[in-house]
Structures are given as C-alpha cells and as structure tokens.
Design a binder for this molecule. Sequence first.
Ligand code: 3PY
Ligand code: MG
Length: 256
Amino acid sequence: MLPRASIHDRLRSGSPALAAWCGLPEAAIPALLAREAFDMVVIDTQHGAVDFATAVRATALIEAAGKPAMVRIPVGDFAAASRYLDAGMSGVIAPMINTIEDARRFASFMKFPPVGERSWGPHGALALSGLQPGDYFQKGNGLSVSFAMVETREALDIIDDILAVPGIDGIFIGPSDLSIALSGGTDMNPASAMVEEALDHALARARAAGKFAAIYSATGERAADLVRKGFHMVSIASDTALLRAGAQMALKAARA
Ligand code: 3PY
Ligand code: MG
C-alpha cells in the first residue's frame, strides 16, 4: 500500500475531513468504520469504554485501511497523549482545555523538543510509518495533530492565547459541554443560538491563527452544516449512536 498523506496535509487539502467516532471497547468496530468512506477514525477514551490495549489494536487496523487513527484522551491525562502517539496514532484531542497552562502541558506531551518534551519511544509509530528512528524524530512533530478542546466559557475567553501556544495545532469544539456552559448550566442544546455564535467566533479565530478548527456533530445533517461553515474536520455521531439508529430503523421497518 502507498503511504497515505500526512494528517496535516489531509486537513490542509481544502476538502473537509469527516471522522468516525468510537467508544465501544472492541477494536473490530473502528476497523469496520475505517473501511467506510470516513477520512479518519477517533477513539474516545474520555466518555468511551476503550482501554489502552484495545486502542492500540484499533490503531493498526485503522492504519491498515489507509486512514489516520486519532484518540480523545481523558480530562487532564496528558501523558496518555505521548503513549498514543508512540502506538502510531496521528492525532490527539484533549478535552476541557481551560487555561494556557492546560494547553502548554498538552502540547509538551505531543511534541518532541525543542517544541515540547515528548519522551522517545515510538515503537508502534516506527512500524506503522516505516520511518527510521532519526527520520521519525525529525518529522514526528509534523506527523501528528494536537487538538485542544474548547467547550467552556473560560476556553472561549482565552481562545487566541490557546491557539498561540506552540505545539497546539488546532481547536476542537465540544458543542454539548459548550451549550451547558453558555446557558449557565440550564440547558444542553449543541445547536442553540449561543453555541452557533460561539462556534462561528472560534472558527474565525482558528482560521486567523492559521490553525485547524474541528468540531463534533451528532448527525450527518448537522455535519453538513458545519462543513459548509468551513471546519477542517467534523466528526459524526458515534459507534453507539449509529448502532442504535440502525437497529431502530430496521425494527421500525419490520413492524410497519
Ligand atoms: C461535547 O460536545 O461536549 C463533546 O465533548 C463532544 O463529544
Ligand atoms: Mg465535551
């Protein structure tokens, strides 16, 4: 198989990337979704039930389909970011980045010196990239993307500072948590007018900084709106949601 384009090149290609989102603890699921027309697959270890070994198995299977594997780490678990990069993941999404210090700590585990302090040990990444160790060290920082999640008022207030942190490649909006924050804890509506305004602002700031803007969407229809707005990457639903929607559709047809 020909080596695939780097994730940076894919995100800069001008054609928005659509990501699958997996939280079930079974590597065969992301492996299957990687064979559909998604551009990449995200493993969610914040709200999903996937352990490290399962995510590593999934990484090899997603890469075997010629797609980049990405992960969302649990809140504050920045050391996990380096471990997933070592395993060969191409991108990490860190939730609840609410201070400059959060963004700096995340970037430090994502990038080798001099940008960050990532420790050497990319065993899976060498096998999957086919690069020699010295080459991987030189190119490594450009082979992976670091997405800082913007999903609170605090993050919105300092969005330009987060985007300016060396080693942060972009922002990833969490519209559900953002809706809870912007409503003062009274509502969960990822498509509210307040969220809409906030995500337009965040997208514009990311573009002005020359960095990537990504966002989660619950449905394909909503993903189409977000693609039209100009997000570089939009994730769609989740393995659980797709499974439930498929089951409900089939049952409805059977009972009609
Ligand atoms: C959010 O919408 O808050 C997310 O974190 C998306 O998964
Ligand atoms: Mg969230």
